[in-house]
Design a protein around this ligand. Structure first.
Ligand SMILES: *[C@@H]1O[C@H](CO)[C@@H](O)[C@H](O)[C@H]1NC(C)=O
Length: 209
């Protein structure tokens, strides 16, 4: 008898927890905390909180990476707050790249809609997994691991990504190393790059020092 009762009580516990509220549309005027945004008062929630049109248009790819990431995270799309999901649109010009980056808070699934994208990730043992993805192909990037996407073909590419968090976070390795004022000597000490390489990359990526 013990085991069925245990299962029943855990089932009741988990379902009652899930049914506390239907949704928690982000109140973007309230502070952001570890659990996301506070909830808007249900009486003020409308269907437009659950609809986002910002992924319809291509992003601006006139930039260094020749690519654009258009997020539909909780800050842009309040309806996903608290649901553990979000989306992004990825536009790539020829040669476009989303440089090596991580999402500390989410795993990612990417689907290629147009063109081809070479994508990959590196696991904690530094094993590399990469492949050229064609239209309709899907690849998953486990939470927290460094990964990249690059358009090596002769035509533009379009992909959408979905995330297992309403706020996946994004840290791009190149900008973390070369896009801030961390002293060049420390970057050289910690990466084994020489001074000229570090100064050149800082000039390209907007870093100083
Ligand atoms: C795209 O970005 C570039 C560089 O920031 C800017 O000069 C240009 O006006 C932008 N284009 C559009 C359509 O917003």
């Amino acid at each position: 008898m013990f085991i069925p009762i245990f299962f029943l009580s855990s089932l009741l516990l988990s379902s009652s927890y899930a049914l506390v509220q239907d949704f928690c549309v982000a109140d973007l005027s309230a502070p952001f905390g570890p659990a996301g945004y506070s909830c808007k008062k249900p009486a003020t929630v409308t269907v437009d909180d659950f609809v986002f049109s910002g992924l319809a248009a291509s992003g601006n790819i006139s930039n260094l990476i020749k690519a654009a990431v258009t997020p539909a995270f909780d800050a842009q799309f309040p309806g996903v707050n608290g649901l553990g999901i979000s989306l992004a649109r990825l536009d790539f010009a020829i040669g476009g790249v989303i440089p090596m980056h991580t999402h500390p808070g989410a795993s990612e699934v990417l689907i290629v809609i147009q063109g081809s994208i070479t994508a990959g990730f590196i696991d904690s043992a530094n094993k590399v997994y990469f492949k050229t993805l064609n239209k309709g192909d899907v690849m998953v990037f486990p939470q927290g691991l460094l990964h990249f996407q690059v358009n090596v073909e002769k035509f533009p590419a379009l992909a959408f990504a979905s995330f297992s968090s309403a706020n996946p976070g994004l840290q791009i390795l190149d900008f973390a190393l070369f896009g801030n004022d961390l002293p060049s000597e420390l970057i050289e000490d910690t990466t084994f790059l020489d001074d000229a390489q570090v100064k050149k990359l800082k000039a390209i990526l907007g870093g100083t020092g």
